[in-house]
Design a protein around this ligand. Sequence first.
Ligand SMILES: [Zn+2]
Length: 187
Amino acid sequence: MPSVFSHAIAAVALGGAAVGGPSRLTIWGLGALCAVVPDLDVVSFHFGLPYDHMLGHRGLSHSLLFAAGLASIMTALLRARTASPGVARLWAFFFLATASHGVLDAMTNGGLGVAFFAPVSDARYFFPWRPIVVSPISIDEFFGPRGLRVMWSELGWVWLPSAVVFLAGRSKWGIGARHWDRREEQP
Ligand SMILES: [Zn+2]
């Protein structure tokens, strides 16, 4: 996996490009949470499940179906509580934020591939292009020389593109922000 920070940053970048309005910070934060949640599947190692099991690491929780399910739950929860930017946009953002996790994992140079189509298929996939140095699962290793290599790789392949996407998205919203605020003030 890329580190949790990079997964979160990628989701916030998508949020910057896709979601504006007064509740945007809440929505981006929840998107970042969605992007981190799939790696909770590392608990499967403690239960003795093999890596390549459908419920193992990079299995079902990294699938497109999981992303669709999590997006549906987040959209349903937020819809009633915040001035949100419409159901379709909200769902699409949470779906992409969650699915971005598997996409980034499939671009790493280690571990097993991602079960994008679980539970229909337990086949594991990598993209042909895998420039991201895989992050160690153990926290101890992460704070060693290997962790530095990982962070350097993620700065180039995740943080930099994310910053570009975020800033490009915000400049678009900067033009549209006043329009947003006016729309939401209407009774
Ligand atoms: Zn992962």
